[in-house]
Each structure stands twice: as structure tokens, then as C-alpha cells.
Design a protein around this ligand. Structure first.
Ligand code: ZN
Ligand code: ZN
Length: 274
């Protein structure tokens, strides 16, 4: 593998962790070569919107293809309903509007208050995997509590969360179709955990990407053979079927990713057939 690392970075590496760090160092060197872009106040909003639309694209293609190809239809969780272009466009417009009018001012303030610091050395792979896992578990818990509260208190539901429940049958672009308060709350939960854990900026970026991907997969409306809930053992991860059922039934499956909080609180429902 061609991992071209400056000699100063190689100094002080443990032999056993060398391979992991070398590979991430190659990635980190590639990212930090674009330092002016990474340090720009526009970067967080560009990163977030580009990642979101990129992760939505395969599912948008699948939505159009599966109306014509019956073999793909068997992977649809609610095979009777398909999004139309007329349903997708308002979601894209709302998401772009929120990124420009809402997320950009917040990230600009954050950029001003906490300037971006790019260390020379990359984190080690086991450290990245552990911290991304912890960030996901914390985010899952924080959103579970927020979500439960916004369903149990009618005023909170009507005022802030009802918008996200406009679509009973979800598709990828409904992931961020939500109120300003919901979007800000989720953004805050996602941003605060890497700060609390003092994560490396590369770990933070990987966590944001994984988090956006998993939230899009949750709303995709598809249960594919490689869906995350099939890769995690013992039913610990709910994923798309779990969250699809939440949009369908309203009164269960409040955690976005894992199933342990819903099982503990007695709010867990399983999808038996479709
Ligand atoms: Zn809900
Ligand atoms: Zn949802």
C-alpha cells in the first residue's frame, strides 16, 4: 500500500500500531492538503449538505428503478407506496433552505468561537472505531430521550415534531424533513459528543459521515441484504425496518439506531411481515 508519510510523522510510532496509523495518516494527509477549504467557514455546511445528498442519491435511483423492476420491489418495506418527484422536490428545497438559512449561521458562529485546529498526526484506527461507536451510542440515547418527550407531550409533538411525521411511508429525502427546532437539536447532539470526548477532527468527520448515512438508511424505506441491522448481531440494531415502523405506528421505536433503549422502556415493536 502506498502510504507516503513524512519522516517526522513516522518518528515515535509503535511497531504494532504502525499499519493502522499509516493508513489513516495517508487519508489525513490527503484531507489536510486542502487546509484552506477545511478551515473555511463554509466547509461544515458544504460537507453536511454534500454528504446528505450523496447518501440520498442511490435511494432516489432505487425509488425510480423499483417502480419498473419487480425484483427490486421485494426490498421495499412498504411496497404499496412510492415517492413521486412532486414529493421529493419540496424535501430538497426545504433541506437546502435549512442549510443556508439555519445551519450556516450556526456553524459560522461555531467557526468564529472555536477556530479549526488541524493536528499533523492522524489518530489510530482502533481509537477512531471506539470513539465513533461511543458517539453513535450517545447520540442514540440523546435522540431517544428527545424523541420520547416530543411524542409524550402533545404540545411538543404538534409544535416541533409533527412536521417530520408528514410522511407515514418514508423515503431517503424525508430524513431531514423536519422543523427548525428538531434540526437544531439533532445537530447539537451530533456536534457535542465528539467535543466532549475530545475526538480528533478526522474521527469527528467520520462520525458525521456515519451518522448522516445511518439516518438516511433509517428513512430509505428499503430493507436491503447489506442493511446495517443485518450486519449487527442479536437484533441490537433496529435500522430502517425499526424506524419505518415508528413512522407507521407513531407510538413505538423512538431510538434512531439501536434497540436497547426501546426494549428497556417497553416501547419496542418489531416488523413481522410486509
Ligand atoms: Zn417521531
Ligand atoms: Zn424519522
Amino acid at each position: 500500500m502506498n502510504c507516503s508519510v513524512p519522516n517526522r510523522v513516522l518518528l515515535g510510532y509503535r511497531m504494532d500500531g504502525q499499519q493502522d496509523r499509516l493508513c489513516l495518516q495517508f487519508l489525513w494527509d490527503f484531507i489536510t492538503a486542502k487546509e484552506p477549504l477545511i478551515k473555511s467557514p463554509y466547509f461544515p455546511v458544504l460537507f453536511s449538505f454534500t454528504a446528505y445528498m450523496t447518501f440520498c442519491l442511490p435511494y432516489i435511483a432505487l425509488d425510480f428503478l423499483s417502480t419498473r423492476l419487480p425484483n427490486l420491489r421485494k426490498y421495499k418495506i412498504q411496497p404499496q407506496s412510492y415517492p413521486t418527484l412532486g414529493m421529493m422536490v419540496p424535501c430538497i428545497i426545504q433541506s437546502a433552505y435549512h442549510h443556508v438559512v439555519l445551519i450556516f449561521p450556526v456553524t459560522f458562529f461555531h467557526w468564529y468561537w472555536r477556530p479549526v485546529n488541524l493536528p499533523v498526526v492522524a489518530p489510530e484506527l482502533p481509537e477512531v472505531l471506539l470513539e465513533v461507536g461511543i458517539c453513535l451510542l450517545l447520540f442514540d440515547f440523546e435522540y431517544f430521550l428527545w424523541h420520547l418527550l416530543h411524542h409524550r407531550v402533545p404540545w411538543l409533538y404538534k409544535t416541533f415534531h409533527k412536521v417530520h411525521h408528514k410522511h407515514v411511508s418514508t423515503f431517503a429525502l424525508t430524513t431531514q424533513y423536519s422543523s427548525v427546532w428538531e434540526l437544531l437539536s439533532l445537530g447539537f447532539f451530533a456536534a457535542i459528543n465528539p467535543v466532549l470526548l475530545r475526538c480528533h477532527p478526522l474521527t469527528e468527520m467520520i462520525f458525521f459521515l456515519v451518522n448522516i448515512w445511518l439516518s438516511v438508511e433509517d428513512h430509505s424505506g428499503y430493507d436491503l441484504p447489506w442493511s446495517t441491522h443485518r450486519l449487527v448481531p442479536f437484533g441490537l440494531y433496529g435500522g430502517a425496518p425499526h424506524h419505518d415502523l415508528h413512522h407507521l405506528k407513531f407510538k413505538s421505536n423512538y431510538a434512531p439506531y439501536f434497540t436497547h433503549w426501546d426494549r428497556l422502556f417497553g416501547t419496542f415493536t418489531e416488523l413481522h411481515s410486509h
